[in-house]
Design a binder for this molecule. Structure first.
Ligand code: PLP
Length: 409
């Protein structure tokens, strides 16, 4: 299948092998990798195999029999993001990981959360919920004048002036191809000793990620998007610094802590502190297989090909009358967003679906600041991945051109 001995190259042969591992690619153009990537065959087989073992010998017995592979979830994710396995906690979703991380911070009235105008919708809602319950203040750093993402100098000035309890940034938001300068933000956080939480949900599996280089204390992701893991999975990275300082989630269970006396518990040393006793083991093993699959190709080659396919698509869409490409920024990821004159969003997406192209819709509600700035109510999002082809990009651009020309009003 994949040649792991050399630096991976996307050639006609390797692409064919990759596509053979993703059977849906024969029948549909899957440009919804920012929603959920296609499971590679080894991931699917690993999961089915484990479910079968559970049925054959018992659920507890199966996870015990596969202890080494279970451990590989932590080892492979650690390899993917540049930390120790002990810094990784499994989570049921990126949002689950994020709320666990937030729950570990003992917010007090008046504490400041400093974030950006492009942080993910559920993160923004979580900050508002913290404001409602604890009276924290939410401060949004301004964007650069050209809409190309957060103004890091202004954000750093706010860090110095407001001394936030938490700095939070989303690497790539769900609603556009923007790539935020998370490592630059991180340098300021480290300089000032501020707690830094990064949402890397759309960048894991698309770009090399190094938590040391980013300088974050906490980092969250799903496994189902560009990493191509199963649904219902994600992880939380917890730095040694955060573990040593004794941060623990609000609700900690018998896996995250030891009940050492009637009135006393002790959190465990590792990021397992943020996990619970029960795991969906076939999912966990599927995530390990997905991480190994991505590592076997290499995040460098992926990060060259995947955004380049999106750039090719963006260029073609930008030339279509009635189509407005909405992505702004010096560096753009493989999330291509646009709206089309004369179409209702749902009808437009249905027309795209009917032509065998998987996509996703975003609405104003998903990005209150960004979509207000761009004065848009909705956008269609197309998100190719490395296993897609240039020919598919060209076909999709042709499909959008045809639909734009035949707008119902
Ligand atoms: C940037 C970003 N963060 C977080 C999430 C939430 O991920 P999950 O659905 O796994 O909770 C998403 C999902 O689209 C996302 O795009």
């Amino acid at each position: 299948m994949l040649d792991k001995s050399n630096v991976f190259e996307f050639t006609a042969e390797t692409l064919q092998a990759l596509r053979a591992d993703a059977p849906a690619s024969a029948s549909v153009i899957h440009f919804n990798n920012a929603g959920c990537g296609l499971l590679p065959r080894p991931v699917l087989e690993t999961m089915i195999d484990h479910l079968r073992l559970e049925a054959e010998i018992g659920g507890y017995e199966a996870s015990a029999a596969r202890a080494e592979q279970v451990r590989d979830f932590y080892v492979s994710i650690a390899e993917l993001i540049g930390c120790r396995p002990e810094n990784v906690a499994f989570a049921g979703s990126a949002t689950h990981a994020y709320s666990k991380a937030l729950s570990a911070i003992p917010f007090e009235p008046g504490d400041v959360i400093l974030t950006t105008r492009n942080d993910f919708i559920s993160n923004q809602i979580a900050f508002l919920a913290l404001r409602k319950r604890f009276g924290v203040e939410i401060v949004h750093a301004p964007d650069l004048p050209d809409g190309g993402g957060v103004d890091v100098a202004a954000m750093a000035a706010l860090m110095r002036a407001r001394r936030p309890r938490l700095v939070a940034a989303t690497h790539v938001p769900t609603n556009s191809g923007l790539v935020q300068p998370i490592a630059e933000i991180g340098r300021h956080c480290r300089e000032l000793g501020l707690l830094y939480l990064v949402d890397a949900c759309q960048s894991i599996g698309q770009y090399p990620i190094d938590v040391e280089e980013i300088g974050c204390d906490l980092l969250t992701s799903t496994c189902r998007k560009f990493l191509r893991g199963p649904r219902g999975s994600g992880f939380l990275y917890v730095s040694d610094r955060v573990l040593a300082e004794g941060y623990e989630p609000l609700f900690i269970d018998m896996y995250g802590a030891r009940w050492v006396a009637g009135d006393q518990y002790e959190p465990v040393e590792s990021a397992a502190r943020f996990e619970e006793w029960e795991f969906p083991y076939s999912t966990l093993l599927g995530c390990a297989a997905a991480a190994r699959y991505a590592l076997s190709i290499g995040l460098e080659p992926i990060s060259r090909r995947t955004p380049a396919l999106a750039a090719r698509l963006r260029d073609q869409l930008a030339a279509i009358p009635g189509v407005r490409v909405l992505d702004r920024g010096a560096q753009l990821a493989a999330l291509v967003t646009f709206d089309v004159e004369g179409w209702d969003p749902q009808r437009f997406k249905s027309a795209v679906d009917a032509r065998g192209v998987n996509s996703a819709l975003s609405f104003r509600e998903f990005a209150q600041y960004d979509f207000a700035d761009k004065d848009v109510e909705w956008a269609l999002r197309l998100s190719p991945h490395y296993y897609n082809t240039e020919a598919e990009v060209d076909t999709v651009a042709g499909t959008i051109a045809e639909l734009a020309k035949s707008a119902p009003r």
